[in-house]
Every structure is written in structure tokens, then in C-alpha cells.
Write a protein that binds this ligand. Sequence first.
Ligand SMILES: [Zn+2]
Length: 446
Amino acid sequence: MRKEQCQAERSHLKRWPLIILTTTLLIIAVVTTALLANTRNVDVDATVVNVRRGPGLAYGVEGQVTHGARLAILGEKNSWYRVRLPGNKVGWVASWLVNNNEATTGDAKTGVTTAAVNVRASSTANARKLGTLKSGAKIKVVYQEGAWSQIIYDGTAAWISSKYVKLDGASTNVSTSDQALANASAAAAANLSVTTKRNANLRNSAGINGSVAKNLPANTKLAVIGESGEWYEVKTNSGTTGYVASWVVTTPSNGTSTTTATSLSEATIVLDPGHGGSDTGALSTGDKYEKTYTLRTAEAIRSALAAAGANVVMTRSSDTFVSLAKRPKIAHQVKADAFISIHFDSSPQTNEASGHTVYYYSSKKDISLARNLNTALKGVGTPSRGIEFGDFEVLRDNQQPSVLLEMGYINDNSDFSKIRTTAYQQRVAADVVEGLRSYFENGAQH
Ligand SMILES: [Zn+2]
């Protein structure tokens, strides 16, 4: 709807009794796949996946792999895979961005040491020494990397020089417990701890729907004991365990915020289908409701974003009423990297106006998002009316980068003939994905 009309609508809504039929917050969560330690290859599902130096979003990006790439799995920790990359590099990718459809049996090789050898915590000569193995000691090699072999030592994963390893050719399966030990050890070796950037909730399960176990003040140091999707499993000084969102903590290892999504595949996007439930929005030329098409379009965007690897949260995913005040709050709750509200315009008389408009509120935090989306939407099929300032509550009260898209005039015959089609909805979706991709690549402004 037009700005004036949406404002009128807001004041109208205030007169409604506060009957909230259902407030649905649907997290299109990361697909948590069962992690098979003995899977050998994964295919990259998302368009672009960051390869990180360690198993978590807190680690720096060392490269990227693109859709269709096949990566050999060297190890696995919680929801991250350690993979071999072209050029024999090694890095970590999020398991929910790759597809492990090739479940073959993985082997650990057995062997013996050919000399007395130092056992180290990681694969460098100056790494902490865990002990020594005598010549001829039986070893189980989990995997080899360059000059180093990872073995199970004293119930934990450790490294010895491959020079002193003689594999006996026979193989045994890596047992799950061995793999678990290797994983636990990797976490311990990394000795990762995080610090809350602000007041944060310690939850009993990973996800914003998890019940709150404790409120943590800013600057609370937490030991990382595991990871689940975008959540860290942590332990406080007093021994309480729980989960915190990765985007509310910093790590001393790189000292930088983990909030900034460096690519679309790691971003959290909140999609806000306008209106819903008793709030029908504007009427089309054939008396159809705006709320129906905002949801259909948002659903198309949701699918396209999920395919690109983004974490998508919808302010509503069915025909329900969600207050205007609640919508930006959802964006705050999940610390969205971008909030996109979907609407359709309406002119006082039918067939008076046509085209789509990208609205922003803040010329600081929103304008870059608006520009990138506007550029991407230029060829969507309805004329572009450009970028405009819009004093909408969902933008005004929003602390996250946010825009409101009016994707055509619903009471214009030409626009509505497009708006109602799946083809248009999917084109909008593809263009929004493209706009977000360029937004994050050009350096999102937060
Ligand atoms: Zn509207």
C-alpha cells in the first residue's frame, strides 16, 4: 500500500482490540543433517559456502567453494565438516550448506611407529607435546594431512609425524566413539572461549525458542563445549551449561564480531509478509486481498534464500495477524542481517498507478540494502519507481538493516496480472536473492 494508506491503516489497527490470534515465529532452520563420521564426500548445496579456519562461525574465512563442488571429508565436529580443498588445503564448512549423499564406509588405518616419536596436540612441530610413543607402538590413524598423521592417543586425538608411521595396510572402521573423541579433542585443542557482547540469554536448547536458563550480562566469558547450527554450547564459570547464539558473542581468537554475515549463506534474513489474518491489506481489482500475495511472495523468497544457504525467519508463515510492533522485534531477537517487508501498493482509483518501490527509513543502516535490492529488482516485470524514504513502523522501529518492498499496484490491472502469478513471485524471489548477495558482497553496512 501507499505510505499514506499504510499509516492510515496503522491507526485503524490500533482501534482493534488486542486479539492476537497466533503469533507464529517460524524458523526455517538450518537443516541439521545426521552427521556421519564415515561419509567421505560432500557436495556443496548452497551457491557459495565459506571455508573457515575452524569449526564455527567465529573462525576466519580462508576461502570459498561454489555450488556443485565435491569435497573430501577429513573430519567432523558437531555440525561442521573438516574438508580437503583444491590445492590440498584444509578447512571447515558448515554441514547444513553441503549435502552428504554419499555414505560410504570410512576407514581408519592401523599401523605401527617406526621410531620413538613425539605425540603432539596439533599438526605442527612446536605444538604442545602430549607424550611419546615407543618404536613399534600400535597406532590407529584417523587421517593424514601432509607430513602429519592424526592418531588416537590416550583416548584423545593427537598428531605424530607421518615419517615414523608404517601403515600395515589393514583397515578398521573408525568407531563412533573414536570419532567423538577426535572431535572433543579438536574442541579442547582449539580451547575456544567466547565473550558476550551484550546481555545475552543462556538457553536450554539451541535456537531462539529454547527456554532461557539464565541471563548473562555483557562481557561474560564462556567456554565453548560444542556447537549446534549457529549456536554455541557453552559452560559458564559456575559450571552452568547451555546455548548462546553465535552472533551475540565475540571470540578472542579473531577479536571481531561474529555478527557480520560475510556472505548470503551465513546471513539471517527476516521476511515480513505484510498484513495477515483480520488485517487483509489492500484489495485488488478483482477484490482479492493483499495479505494473500504478500505471503505467497514471501514464501517464494524464503525458498530461494534457503536454497542459497541463508537462515530465513518469517514474521508469519500463515494467514495470521501479527502486530506491526512485533515484526521488528523478531528482527531484533534473531539479530537479523536484513529485514524485508513485502507489500503491494494501492492507488485511490484503480489503474491509476503502476510499478514497484523500495522503501527505506534510515539513510545510514538501510540505504545500502535498499540500493542493492532496487538494482536487482529493475527487470522484475513491473516498472521501477526507484527508492523512497518511507515512514513505516516496521522500518522506523527496526534496529536491523531493513526495507519495505511495494512490489506493484494491486489495484492496477496490468500489475495485478503479474502479481498473482507464480512466475512473478519467483522472479521477485530470484531478484531479492541477487540483491542480497550483492549487498553482502559489497560490504553490508550495519
Ligand atoms: Zn500493505
